[in-house]
Design a protein around this ligand. Structure first.
Ligand SMILES: *Cc1c(COP(=O)(O)O)cnc(C)c1O
Length: 375
């Protein structure tokens, strides 16, 4: 149905009386139209599955009984994840419809008068969005200008705010930084008397290091991952692990049938063929090295180190370069206005070889256009 803006007016009183003021003031999560573009804005794996595997998967999915509800314990899938993802002995996982849902579950379970959520900034925006929707106060602590953790500032903020939840993306989005592991663990230890620390390893497949093994050492550590960046973003499946007693509390908040039967079946199938996705991740890690070096060779481009499947760069004028790239049918993320520390930064997903080549050619042109064009 098409509504012109004036059609909405009769609804205004109803909306004002029903919808929360803070929700009305918010703008919806914006996803740009990528039709016809080289899509390097959303950290997707550019590769599809080999045809033979797709065939097998389709047969598997055809067997799924769509008339039945899922069995809400998801035992087989959880066991496969625990086995394939090195979850420590005696530890279980909780599944979410993407890690976005896990973040909502954490917010709902922890919300309360005066409760706070803390995270370094710039970071993943859903931590703050989800916290505020649940009625939690959100505290952002700036990273250093090189996007490493400001440990003294983090420890001081923990002391001052005593947040129920602290988020650390490891590696971090949108910077690609892999924080120092000892500093992360110091933060976990410092928060132990009053709060949990969620280590978000969404980019784990591209990182040289994981904190999964640390789970048994810290009762307040929550380890969160997703299959999205590994190559299954469309499935919508995230999981988290923590001390069993803590995980059971979060499970009470989870909608009972939150993982649909098609996702469950497809994820089980892909866990049997994890080597395919892991090989793709290895290719992307190698491509990241090549792309970073070529980006650094372009005049006026600063490249930040990345342990993820994207690279953050700084250019002289991000708005102009972004527009010139879009005009050349290359879509990246203009991060320049997301945070003060990200001025003139663009976030570029590592793509397939031909996509990276297209990006590099377009970027070389875009930098020239943007430096010569009048303001
Ligand atoms: C992409 C991303 C997620 C979201 O993952 P989904 O499982 O697709 O919801 C979570 N955390 C970080 C840091 C991300 O960049």
């Amino acid at each position: 149905m098409n509504r012109s803006p004036t059609d909405a007016d009769p609804l205004a009183p109803l909306i004002a009386s029903v919808i929360r003021a803070d929700v009305r003031a918010q703008s919806a999560y914006h996803v740009p139209d990528a039709a016809g573009m080289v899509k390097l804005d959303a950290m997707e794996n550019p590769y599809t599955l080999p045809p033979a595997l797709r065939q097998q998967l389709s047969l598997r999915l055809a067997e799924v009984e769509l008339n039945r509800y899922p069995v809400p314990s998801y035992g087989a899938l959880k066991q496969a994840i625990c086995r394939e993802q090195q979850v420590p002995q005696g530890y279980d996982v909780l599944l979410g419809n993407g890690s976005d849902e896990l973040i909502s579950i954490i917010s709902t379970a922890c919300a309360g008068e005066g409760r706070k959520v803390l995270a370094p900034e710039p970071g993943f925006v859903m931590y703050a969005v989800s916290a505020r929707l649940a009625g939690l106060d959100y505290v952002g602590v700036p990273l250093r200008p090189d996007f490493t953790l400001d440990l003294p500032a983090m420890l001081a903020a923990l002391e001052q705010h005593r947040p129920a939840v602290t988020y650390l993306a490891y590696p971090n989005n949108p910077t690609g930084t892999l924080f120092d592991a000892q500093e992360v663990l110091q933060i976990v230890a410092a928060a132990a008397p009053f709060g949990i620390v969620v280590v978000d390893e969404a980019y784990g497949p591209f990182s040289p290091h994981s904190l999964m093994d640390e789970l048994p050492r810290f009762n307040n550590l929550v380890l969160m991952r997703t299959v999205s960046k590994l190559g299954l973003a469309g499935l919508r499946l995230g999981y988290m692990s923590a001390a069993p007693a803590l995980l059971r509390e979060f499970d009470k908040v989870r909608p009972p049938y939150n993982i649909n039967v098609l996702t469950e079946a497809a994820a089980l199938f892909m866990l049997e063929h994890l080597d395919v996705l892991q090989a793709q991740a290895a290719e992307l890690r190698a491509a990241r090295t090549g792309l970073s070096a070529r980006l650094a060779g372009l005049p006026g481009v600063d490249v930040f180190p990345s342990a993820a499947n994207f690279v953050l760069i700084r250019v002289p004028d991000a708005d102009k370069v972004f527009a010139a790239l879009a005009a050349r049918k290359v879509l990246v993320k203009n991060a320049g206005r997301m945070h003060g520390l990200l001025q003139n930064c663009l976030r570029i997903t590592v793509g397939a070889e031909h996509e990276n080549a297209q990006l590099l050619a377009a970027l070389a042109e875009a930098l020239q256009v943007s430096s010569s064009a009048p303001n």
